[in-house]
Ligand binder design. Structure first.
Ligand code: BGC
Length: 255
């Protein structure tokens, strides 16, 4: 076999990643050799109410927008264990205890693997983004409709990390520190950063990570608020910004 044939054989084919969020459902084929999107992503607003049936139809539209084959990775904004969606803080309650892998597979006719959105994001950042080469404990926090959290240690991520629901002054942390809270209350970056600092104090009282990666839609404007954050831990913006979910979804499609 020639070297060129060997390298084309070891190259991974494009995999579709779909990111289900509280406000949009996004997808694109991903080159798993580099973590790059191979086409402009498609974004369709999340249906209201975001019932499983309504979301399935939007996922179908996203899937039909691209010419890919094989398994599809999907992120979900709630706890997912073995393909079953266990919480749905910002989604319709009919997702509770639904086998989402099977539901999507039966509806769309392709194999699906569904995982938590922030866990997907930390996997993507560890492999292709801000977490590359980090051997210690990395906490990724995604600030969006809620606050997603993903943890990795020595490059391996773990499921079931839910720091968005850590109680701060008797309320879920994400109530005042998510990007949604900033919009809902019409807060300036400074006003919002004060709440995020208060939230991060609570996180740091329980966890001593080596690095915090700040992701979610707001990470595209990190220069506006990162300098206002006063954590003990080194803090960096996500490199894949809002695409980390799509890329992480593609990583797990075959798992
Ligand atoms: C959910 C998490 C999710 C986060 C971001 C939270 O409300 O509980 O599972 O990762 O929102 O979507």
């Amino acid at each position: 076999m020639t070297a060129a044939a060997a390298s084309s054989r070891s190259r991974k084919p494009a995999v579709l990643g779909v990111d289900i969020g509280g406000s949009g459902i996004k997808g694109a084929p991903v080159d798993l050799n580099t973590g790059a999107l191979l086409a402009d992503r498609v974004r369709i607003p999340t249906p209201s109410p975001p019932t499983p049936a309504a979301v399935l139809e939007v996922v179908r539209q996203v899937v039909d927008s691209f010419d890919t084959v094989g398994p599809i990775g999907v992120t979900f904004p709630g706890v997912v264990t073995a393909g079953v969606t266990r919480t749905a803080a910002n989604m319709d309650k009919n997702w509770l205890n639904l086998n989402a892998d099977e539901f999507l597979e039966q509806g769309i006719g392709r194999p699906f693997n569904v995982i938590n959105d922030a866990q997907a994001a930390v996997m993507a950042e560890m492999r292709y983004g801000a977490g590359q080469g980090e051997e210690g404990m990395v906490l990724m926090l995604t600030f969006g409709t809620g606050i997603g959290s993903g943890l990795a240690y020595r490059g391996v991520s773990m499921p079931g990390v839910e720091f968005g629901h850590m109680l701060v002054d008797g309320k879920d942390g994400e109530w005042e520190a998510s990007a949604n809270a900033k919009d809902r209350n019409d807060w300036s970056w400074k006003q919002w950063a004060k709440r995020v600092n208060h939230y991060l104090d609570h996180v740091e009282s329980m966890l001593w990570p080596d690095l915090i990666i700040v992701g979610g839609g707001v990470s595209e404007k990190s220069e506006k608020f990162l300098p206002l954050l006063t954590t003990r831990t080194r803090l960096v913006p996500a490199q894949l910004t809002n695409e980390a979910g799509i890329v992480g979804a593609a990583i797990v499609a075959n798992q």
